[in-house]
Structure formats: structure tokens, C-alpha cells
Ligand binder design. Sequence first.
Ligand code: DAH
Length: 339
Amino acid sequence: MINKINEIRAQIDAVTSATQAEVEALRIKYLSKKGAVSALMNDFRTVPAEQKRELGQKLNELKSYVTERINALRDNASSGAGDADMLDLTRTAAPVRLGTRHPLSLVREQIIDIFRRLGFTIAEGPEIEDDWHVFESLNFAADHPARDMQDTFFISRNPDVLLRTHTSSVQTRVMTSQKPPIRIICPGRVYRNEAISARAHCFFHQVEALYVDRHVTFADLRQTLLYFAREMFGPDTQIRLRPSYFPFTEPSAEMDISCNLCGGKGCSFCKGTGWVEILGCGMVDPAVLEACGIDSKEYSGFALGMGIERITNLKYQVKDLRMFSENDIRFLEEFTAAH
Ligand code: DAH
């Protein structure tokens, strides 16, 4: 009997894969009432009493082993392996999971697209910069706080190598290498030494625009801003310019748009004012043009800069800046329909 037990084990071990039909045949061959294992169970009655204990145990083990093996073969067969009969060629394919575009990329492309329609082309510059391109050429005073270690990430000192704190550095890169007319838009990542929280991050994204030519006026700037605001936030959007200060523009302004959540009536988002600030802008300071080798008596220009995160927050009400860089799939999937 022990030989027969071993024989059945060897037979069942030899089968490594089977179709559903073959699995069923195996079940009948070994486990049905007339199967090989049942036959052994019947023979068990004739076993001498002193061997009953040991053989009984072995027989039980064999039965559960064969059952387990056959179940395993059946599972494999139903998952499709080795089972050509079960292929259903008419079944609809499983949907392919497409990735989604990051909300910041979506908004960046939208901004670029609006300015492209006005004749702006993309310019890019390095993220690792020097003091001259980020500060000096842009008229920052030697003791301007933005140059401070607390705001700027320095890679080395003397000569200063640093991570750019704004995309305005690309203005200088372009003005020193191209002749007017210049009409560029510069999207890019910028870095500031900030504690990370829901409202601040040590890196974020900006878009800068620069237009330098003969006779460029503040009216051109204003009209460009109005066009941008209405294309971005809808045709009913109002804009408001408030006097401000930037070292590289004179005069300088900050632009507010009518709050696109409450339509200007006043809500918690706009703190009841009906307006939200979205960008800084101004006429390029003649000193900046001169620093870049452009004759400020012949040429004038306007510049503007905005944070892509801020525009994205306005469009999609993202409450926490950290969401943009955590790659939480649940957050990213919310933008599936926004392609
Ligand atoms: N560079 C400014 C910042 O990072 C944004 C800015 C303001 C850019 C005014 C401009 C401008 O070109 O004219 O806050």
C-alpha cells in the first residue's frame, strides 16, 4: 500500500499544468468515488491492525495533498494559463489606464498658449544662476533683502552661485543675447529658502513675460494683461492695477482680477474684497535695459511675472501647496478630465 501511495504522489507531482478539462479528468481519476485514492481507502479495510495507525495517517495526507494539487492546477487553468479553450476573443479589452497631466503643466501650457497668440515665444534660462543675472542686472540694491541667505539658496559665495529666486533672470539672459524687438515668455522653476507649509514652498513655478521694442507703453501692458485675464479666467473678468514696487520696473504695479469664485461680490477666498492679486508687472526700468546693452532712449519695454501655483489655485482651488509636489495619485487623478 505504501508503494501505491508514493506512486500516486509521483503521478500527481508530474502534472505541472493542465486545462480545465484535464483538471476535471484528474479529479475523476483520483478523487471520485471510483478514483485511485478512494480505491486505496477501500483497501485500507484489509490492512493488518498494527499498520492501521501509520497507513491511515499517510492515506489522509495523500488525500489532502492530491486535493490541494488539483485545486492549484484548477486555479492556474482558470487564470488563463495553459487554457486555450477558455480564450474569449470577443471580450472587451481591459481599459488602459492613461496617466493624467499635472495641474501645473496644464495651467503653464494654457498661459503659454494665450501669450503665444499675442506673438510671444518661449525662452528658457538656467535654474543655477549667478548674482548678476538674478539681482545685479535687475537693479537690486546691494543690501536688498532678497539677496539674503534667508531668501536665496546659495551654492557658493564669491563668486556667488545660487538657485534663481525668480524667472526675471531670463529677461537679462535674453536681453544680453538678442536685439529688440523682444517678445518672450519664460516659464520655469524657482527656489526660495522658505519653511514648507500649506502656503509656502521652497520651490515653485513662475511665468515671466517681456516685451521690448520702440514705443512700448503702459497702455500696451494694460491691454495685454486684460487679454490674458479674460482668456484665462473668462470674458467677464475685470482687472485692477495697484501701484507697487519692484527694483527692475518703473513704474511698477500689481494686478488683481475680480474674484472668480464669487464674481466680485466678496467671499472668504478674496477676504470679502471681491479682488484677488495674481501678478506683478511694470515698465522695464531704463537702468535694466542699459545694464543689458539696450539703448533706453530708443527702446522701452514692459515685463510681468506670475506664480503658476497661484493661478492654478485660482482655477482649481487647491488648498495646500504641498499637494503639487507629493504626487498623491488621488489628487492627480482629479485632473483627468482637464486635458
Ligand atoms: N520677479 C517678481 C517676483 O518674483 C515677479 C515680477 C514682478 C516679475 C514684476 C516681473 C515684473 O517681470 O515686472 O516676485
